[in-house]
Design a binder for this molecule. Structure first.
Ligand SMILES: [Zn+2]
Length: 141
C-alpha cells in the first residue's frame, strides 16, 4: 500500500427500488480499517458530499466504475442526501430511504462492496469535520 494511504471499505446494503422494484446494493457508509484505538473502526454514513466522494474514489480504484457512477449528486434540500441511483430506472430516492438503509446496515452483518487504499489526508479531513460537528453521521463500531 502506498505511503499516505489507508484501506477504506465501502459498505453496501440491499435495497428494492421504489420506482421499478430492482434490487441493488446501496452504498451507505465508508469505513477505515483499524485506525482507531482498541481496534475501533471509524465509519461514516454516505449522506454528505465528502464521504460520497470517498466512496466514489474507492469504488473506482477497486475496479467498480459502474457502481461508482451510480453515486449521484445532491438533488434535495436539507441536512443529508441519498446519492444512490437505481441502476435500472435511474431513480434517485430521498434521504429518508437512505436513513432506513443506514440503520438496517449498521445492525446487520457487514457487506463490503469494495476496498481500496485511499489518501489518509482526505479521511483525516472527514474525521476533522466530524469532530467540528459539521453534521456527519458517525456509524463506527
Ligand atoms: Zn429503479
Amino acid at each position: 500500500m502506498a505511503k499516505g494511504t489507508l484501506l477504506i471499505d465501502v459498505m453496501g446494503y440491499p435495497h428494492l427500488c421504489r420506482e421499478c422494484g430492482a434490487m441493488q446494493n446501496w452504498v451507505w457508509a465508508v469505513e477505515a480499517r483499524a485506525l482507531g484505538r482498541d481496534g475501533m473502526v471509524e465509519a461514516v454514513a454516505t449522506d454528505q458530499e465528502l464521504p460520497v466522494e470517498i466512496a466514489r474514489g474507492v469504488l473506482t480504484a477497486a475496479g467498480r466504475p459502474v457502481a461508482a457512477a451510480l453515486l449521484g449528486q445532491r438533488h434535495e434540500r436539507g441536512h443529508g442526501f441519498n446519492p444512490n441511483i437505481c441502476g435500472r430506472c435511474k431513480h434517485q430516492e430521498s434521504w429518508y430511504s437512505l436513513e432506513s438503509v443506514v440503520i438496517e446496515g449498521a445492525h446487520r452483518p457487514r457487506i463490503i462492496l469494495a476496498s481500496a487504499p485511499h489518501p489518509v489526508a482526505q479521511w483525516r479531513e472527514l474525521m476533522d469535520a466530524l469532530r467540528d460537528g459539521a453534521g456527519y453521521w458517525y456509524v463506527g463500531r
